[in-house]
Design a binder for this molecule. Structure first.
Ligand code: ADP
Ligand code: ADP
Length: 224
């Protein structure tokens, strides 16, 4: 039921460079890895799925509904961009409140309950009322996940969240994402094979804008 489907997706940036070409992917519940080298088109695909970019041709669907027709898409899809901008002068809770308001959660008490829950789930409850500028790198990363989870989206899209982490931190962060993949799609992009091997059930390999391989990780491993 919770799946996203992309059909014959393409994205052409200026001067006719195809960032994506013939991308046709169906992804279903659980952790899904999007693997590919720099420039493969991962961010472009994720921006399209987050409705921040409109494809030059083709269409993306969520639960068989075209993204542009889906109701309340802001709350259905949570997105953590690669360059996540934090507002150092705000507290974590203030920032999340702003995000919740942007996502259309108009009731103040409803927002507060949601934010308290997220701060706790991401182990930020002690820091929620401190300014973001006092946060460590790991805390900012967890706040990034928290802002993407505002509104309990069915789909969580995270663009290279493990970049710059050491191997141990990467494992911890992947495990954190896995916790949030229960009952939803988590699409994780990376150029590191280990990131997908241990935590993703389904993967897609993107290279030069094309899907080179996709499917259940176990089936692909069986092929060698
Ligand atoms: P990845 O996330 O896998 O590194 P991107 O989606 O960022 O790949 O980039 C795919 C291709 O599209 C690259 O060749 C990149 O240089 C190009 N590209 C990305 N964004 C733009 C843009 N805004 N304008 C022009 N070209 C772009
Ligand atoms: P920092 O950069 O502040 O060290 P980390 O994310 O690396 O941030 O984690 C710091 C500490 O918090 C570690 O001891 C880690 O085990 C713990 N931690 C990290 N994420 C969580 C989480 N989601 N729930 C509980 N504890 C966590």
């Amino acid at each position: 039921p919770r799946d996203m489907n992309k059909n014959a997706e393409a994205q052409v940036y200026n001067r006719g460079n195809w960032a994506l070409h013939d991308v046709n992917l169906t992804i279903t519940e659980g952790m899904v890895g999007l693997l590919g080298p720099n420039g493969a088109g991962k961010s472009t695909l994720m921006r399209i799925l987050s409705t921040l970019s409109t494809p030059t041709s083709g269409e993306a669907f969520i639960n068989d509904v075209p993204l542009h027709k889906a109701e309340d898409i802001r709350r259905m899809i949570g997105y953590l961009p690669q360059q996540f901008q934090v507002y150092p002068q705000l507290t974590g809770a203030e920032f999340l409140d702003y995000v919740a308001a942007m996502k259309g959660i108009s009731d103040k008490r409803h927002r507060k309950a949601e934010i308290d829950k997220l701060l706790e789930q991401l182990n930020l409850q002690d820091k929620g009322h401190k300014k973001i500028r006092t946060y460590s790198g790991g805390m900012k990363r967890r706040l990034g996940i928290a802002q993407a989870l505002v509104g309990s989206p069915q789909v969580l899209i995270v663009d290279e969240p493990t970049a710059g982490l050491d191997p141990e931190e990467r494992v911890r962060f992947r495990n954190l994402l896995t916790r949030f993949s229960l009952g939803r799609v988590v699409l994780l992009s990376t150029h590191i094979v280990a990131d997908i091997e241990s935590n993703c059930r389904q993967i897609a390999v993107l290279d030069q804008g094309r899907v080179r391989m996709s499917g259940e990780l176990a089936d692909l491993q069986a092929l060698g």
